[in-house]
Design a protein around this ligand. Structure first.
Ligand SMILES: Cc1ncc(COP(=O)(O)O)c(C=O)c1O
Length: 370
């Protein structure tokens, strides 16, 4: 079976066009998409790559996989995406790339990140695993930096169980990505054995591509509904006090709402701890979670210095998360962030009212929980 076959080719073309990119390359999952993107961008052992501290661990581990060095940048307290000032402060003469993550309700400031990247000649790899359909000043995410990486894992707003896609506007990067996911073959196809680089088998199946083609059909309608419900819920939360929605950057002209993230202030609920509040909200029938999303504190960020000698240079024999200081991300992770998963935003206005009313009930009766 040639790769990409008819369904994968069609999906690559349609999804790339949907996000305003020239090329799409289907791949097994979002983590592999990041790894391939970094390789295609020429990242090598010892190079430093700046990633936000607040992200799923794969953003940072893709860098470690190449024996390159992830450097953690703090986040903006309003959007929870990478703070461009923290990026500027993290750049050294070894920095070669930056991976801004578009975190579900916010899009990283691609204007400033782009300027800083240009100034220091950094590749920009957008992690769009949670931002299908997102637009920054009207332009599709994943087509703004050099490469964009999406995931279609089972929790995402578009899914084929597992899966991913890489987008780019640059012919050479597209060719390199194609080869890297297709065992090094120079040309797309399966019976072609003309190799030109070390590649691996990260190919997507036709079954997955067929499922994704169907999912793409409904994405616009679902995104619209999530946007409407999220805007209404944000208005309600603002009236309550003690909980606040994230601040929407007006340049983020469309967001996916993979999660509805909001900010909790325990001071405004008489000191009730965030995790206790989450338990109470769940008890009121509202599924939600606190959001401890620090890549460098994840138990999965298990660096073995002997296997990753370049990371050892920066982080020592035993990686100690305490040596990374990102105070905003830490406050957000341990005290502030709460999320509702995207299917909840496909409900009716009444469902949003139920969420807001449950929060009011907890706030009114907070003394019983203290
Ligand atoms: C921000 C982010 N980056 C990368 C990934 C990796 O994607 P996958 O699970 O498809 O490997 C995820 C998946 O959850 C993610 O949320």
């Amino acid at each position: 079976m040639p790769f990409p076959n008819t369904k994968a080719t069609e999906f690559e073309e349609r999804f790339a066009a949907f996000q305003d990119a020239r090329f799409g390359i289907c791949v097994v999952n979002g983590a592999a998409a990041l790894e391939v993107a970094l390789r295609a961008a020429g990242i090598e052992a010892g190079d430093e790559v700046v990633v936000p501290a607040y992200t799923w661990v794969a953003t940072a581990l893709a860098v470690v996989y190449l024996n390159a060095v992830p450097v953690f940048a703090d986040i903006d307290p309003n959007t929870y995406c990478m703070d461009p000032d923290a990026l500027a402060g993290a750049v050294t003469d070894r920095t070669r790339a930056v991976i801004p993550v578009h975190l579900a309700m916010g899009i990283a400031d691609m204007d400033r990140i782009g300027q800083i990247a240009e100034q220091h000649n950094l590749a920009v790899i957008e992690d769009c695993a949670r931002m299908h359909g997102g637009r920054w000043r009207g332009k599709g995410v994943g087509s703004i930096g050099d490469i964009g990486c999406f995931s279609f894992q089972s929790s995402k707003v578009m899914t084929s169980g597992e899966g991913g896609i890489i987008l780019t506007n640059q012919t050479e990067l597209a060719q390199r990505c194609q080869s890297l996911v297709n065992c090094g073959r120079k040309e797309p196809g399966y019976d072609s054995f003309d190799g030109w680089m070390l590649g691996w088998n990260y190919r997507m199946t036709e079954f997955q591509a067929a499922v994704l083609l169907a999912q793409l059909e409904r994405l616009d309608d679902q995104t619209r509904l999530r946007e409407e419900n999220a805007a209404y819920l944000s208005r309600r939360l603002e009236e309550i006090g003690g909980v606040r929605p994230l601040v929407r950057d007006p340049r983020a002209t469309r967001v996916a709402h993979y999660e509805y993230l909001f900010r909790y202030s325990s001071e405004e609920l008489k000191g009730l701890l965030r995790d206790r509040f989450v338990e109470a909200l769940i008890a009121e029938g509202i599924p939600c979670e606190s959001y401890n999303f620090l890549a460098h504190r994840s138990p999965l960020f298990a660096l073995k210095a002997s296997q990753y000698p370049e990371a050892r240079r920066r982080y020592g024999e035993e990686f100690d998360p305490k040596q990374v200081s990102c105070p905003v991300a830490e406050r957000v992770a341990y005290h502030e962030a709460i999320y509702l998963h995207h299917p909840m935003l496909l409900g009716k206005k009444q469902d949003m009212d139920d969420i807001a009313d449950a929060i009011i009930k907890i706030k009114t009766n907070v003394h019983e929980l203290l």
